[in-house]
Design a protein around this ligand. Sequence first.
Ligand SMILES: Cc1ncc(COP(=O)(O)O)c(C=O)c1O
Length: 482
Amino acid sequence: MKAGRGSFFPRPAQNTFFTATNERKNALLLQPRETLSRIVRTTPTGGRNDRAVLQCDKRCVMKARLMADKTLPFDETRIREIISEFPTPFHIYDETAIRENARRLNAAFDWCDGFQEHFAVKANPNPHLIKILKEEGFGADCSSLAELILCERVGLTGEHVWFSSNDTPAGEFVKAKQMGAVINLDDISHIDFLEQHAGLPELVCLRYNPGPLRDGNVIIGDPQQSKYGLTREQLFEAYRLLKEKGVTRFGLHTMVVSNELQTESFVETARMLFELVVEVANTVDVRIEMVNLGGGIGIPYRPEDEPVDLEKVGQGVRDVYDQLIRPADLHPLRVVMENGRMVTGPFGYLVTEAIHHKQTYKNYVGVDACMVNLMRPAMYGAYHHITVLGKEQEAANVTVDVVGSLCENNDKFAIDRSLPQVDTGDILVIHDAGAHGHSMGFQYNGKLRSAELLLKSDGSVEQIRRAETLDDYFATLDFSQL
Ligand SMILES: Cc1ncc(COP(=O)(O)O)c(C=O)c1O
């Protein structure tokens, strides 16, 4: 099915019946889910028109359910109040939703003693968000010196922090060791490198790349083409070597999918790692005490996508744990994860104003954000849903490209998107921008990184990162000798 609001229903010009029922559709879209189910159950089906109404209602209900998952934690009036203080573009994050989602993930794994989600800091390295997550019991997963220091400054240290880097500079290992972080090695040669530069800690984790044994997924690609992790043979050799060198505590990690929506994929990853835990115990007599299933839980970027059922993931992992780990007498084994996207992604919104219209071979809406604020559409052709504030109930009968001002033709938030008529001054909200959004920003073309706001649980708004200024942009240049 073609994505985007309005694509679900035939155009009025092609089917006048739907024109007549357009108001009904809009009314249905406003109903809560329970009411919608009742409407479908009770609509009479005697005449041809009744049947058509029922059919339309069913479609509307489905659509409404899907659309219901793309709601906003603010309306136009509130966002315009916020804009009067903090100019667009900005990212705004919903604290309540972040906390609720974090609790749901924790609850899904509450069967496992010591379960901890280590938020992948690269997804959103804002200390205010990391502090909120810390309060919910999360740790962090870092991959650079800056991310380590950021966590330290939020008070996250020790084994609450994982350090999963690759091609790692020596200084980063030194810092990770000094913080007592769980060091996750990306290569067998890093054992000697770590020993030489930082000394081996008592606990070392290894990142496994299953190569041909797993398919990866469309986004992360084929594991055999991936630069990360140790092969199966290297893994056994590395545990042997670590043990020889006096390491006493061991972990195992993998990251084989990204933005994955299939529950089964995470259960399969757990199965693969649990089988390895058993095999490593049997062959090299190393007792692995913690397993990191990686991140990669996907989010429903498109309204019609089904979100991952976290409870099913938790239960599925528990089942394979019971099948493999308990009978091998390897219980307790800590299970942890390092998701980024699913933790903050759906709860962050990029808010931008329409500032230009252009009609050439296509229709363009120019907004005041650009790909430095959110580069996923340009980089991966990723879909991000867009709401035109105040026009949620209007027909999406205009097809446009929504573009930014960067001198790159891929600086487009949406291509051929059906939206309601967008007027200059309209506020557009780009959904699911809370992870791998602001954090991927850059300054190419003299563009400045925008502000980040927190919509707090008490309804107030706090600026948690100010927008960059031209002074920031020029700060690293010396004009004095010119
Ligand atoms: C090692 C590692 N862990 C975790 C993540 C987080 O992935 P996601 O945000 O898809 O959950 C990434 C993403 O790049 C990663 O490279």
